[in-house]
Design a protein around this ligand. Structure first.
Ligand code: HSE
Length: 399
């Protein structure tokens, strides 16, 4: 029997207990051992839970217990969760988490600490909830150079944009609806300002660059709070979908780019059909070509599914190759946003944008809007070309 602990018995922590308990038989068959949740660390009591007797408020009871091999950190944030994760790893207890904030901000230190103490720090659930994306990136695709990642990695914002489009409602009303349905947090800043997506793309970018750390602090993030129904209508007129995209590109010269911004996504792109709270991550590898990982990016059970999968991996760490590439934060290969070149869709109802910008591809619109695609240009240089003409607008473009 392998004993584990749950740190934080919220939506994901309790969901993980359910997965491990309800599928205990198949799990035992697959790893040859029973997994037993021995302790649950939380400030609260859960008198009605079948796990009530295992709840403790004393961290020492978990970290000093030599029988506990794996801790599931589902506290969130980067304060208490950071302290507890360090304590667990320092004591040789593997940690499994869905905490993208902690992984993205302290990943280099925590992965190193795990290695030094002969245990593992795993975070499949930190990006895309239940969608397998972390392990596919560093294991199944290990023979590829990862050239590009474009992800819809925040369910709340995708839900809001879908509602604005499908129901013709404002950003504010769509946000209220998302909060009512329990998708958005009461304080939706991290979701709506692109910070949650910024953390997630920093994790994916680090993996795509073989552990060269992408610090989220330096990843440009623009959210959706300034978008209006006019932007949605414009997207429709230009045969695109308006999506919040977390983007990574390997520039092929040793540098890489990562940023988060609203994009006009061409209908030809596989991400354009991703609606509601669903997530999707498009990965391009030099031999893979393009593949899309699609599914439920949040919620108790999908996230618990990924967490529980990592628990099994952590339990098997002695018999399975669990070598995780170290994350190196001593060099940065990620470009400043001002130097990042990407594609833009530039539009105007009155100006002939094609004549203003050399080499741009003119595109057809269904309602007489002049529009061109300008490729591989920095936003700073694009603004220079538009020269303050308020009749011209633009958005990042993805095909
Ligand atoms: N707030 C996140 C989202 C939860 O809406 O996608 C999952 O990370």
């Amino acid at each position: 029997m392998i004993n584990i602990a749950i740190l934080g018995f919220g939506v994901v922590g309790s969901g993980t207990c359910e997965v491990l308990s309800n599928n205990a038989d198949i799990i035992k068959k697959r790893i040859g051992e029973e997994i037993y949740v021995k302790k649950i660390l939380d400030l609260r009591d859960f008198p009605d839970s079948p796990y009530a007797s295992r709840v403790t408020h004393e961290a020492d009871e978990v970290f000093s217990d030599p029988e506990i091999k794996v801790a599931v950190e589902t506290i969130g944030g980067a304060r208490v969760a950071y302290d507890y994760t360090k304590r667990a790893l320092s004591n040789g207890i593997s940690v499994v988490t869905s905490n993208k904030e902690l992984v993205s901000t302290h990943g280099p230190e925590l992965i190193k600490l795990a290695k030094e103490n002969n245990c593992v720090y795993l975070f499949e659930a930190a990006v895309g909830g239940g969608i397998p994306i972390i392990r596919p990136l560093y294991k199944c695709l290990a023979a590829n150079n990862i050239l590009k990642i474009a992800g819809i990695v925040n369910g709340t914002t995708n839900y809001i944009l879908s509602s604005m489009k499908n129901e013709g409602i404002s950003y504010e009303d769509a946000l209220k609806e998302a909060q009512k349905k329990g998708y958005a947090e009461a304080d939706p800043t991290a979701d709506c300002e692109g910070i949650d997506a910024q953390r997630k793309i920093s994790i994916l970018s680090t993996l795509a660059m073989d552990g060269k750390y992408c610090n989220p602090e330096y990843v440009h993030a623009e959210g959706i709070s300034k978008l209006t129904t006019d932007d949605i209508e414009l997207a429709k007129a230009l045969c695109c979908e308006l999506k919040l995209i977390a983007y990574f590109a390997n520039n092929g010269d040793g540098t890489a780019s990562a940023f988060v911004a609203p994009h006009f996504v061409d209908k030809a792109c596989m991400l354009s059909d991703v609606e509601g709270v669903f997530n999707a991550v498009l990965v391009e590898g030099d031999y893979l070509g393009e593949a899309v990982f699609y599914g439920r990016g949040a919620g108790s059970y999908p996230t618990a599914s990924a967490v529980a999968g990592d628990v099994l991996e952590a339990c098997l760490k002695d018999s399975v190759d669990m070598e995780f590439r170290a994350w190196d934060d001593t060099v940065s290969v990620f470009k400043d946003y001002d130097d990042i070149k990407s594609d833009f869709l530039v539009y105007s109802k009155t100006e002939d944008v094609a004549s203003l910008i050399d080499g741009a591809d003119k595109i057809d619109s269904v309602s007489g809007i002049n529009a061109v695609i300008v490729r591989s240009i920095s936003e700073k240089d694009l603004i220079g070309k538009i020269a303050g003409n308020s009749a011209i607008g633009y958005k990042h473009y993805l095909k």
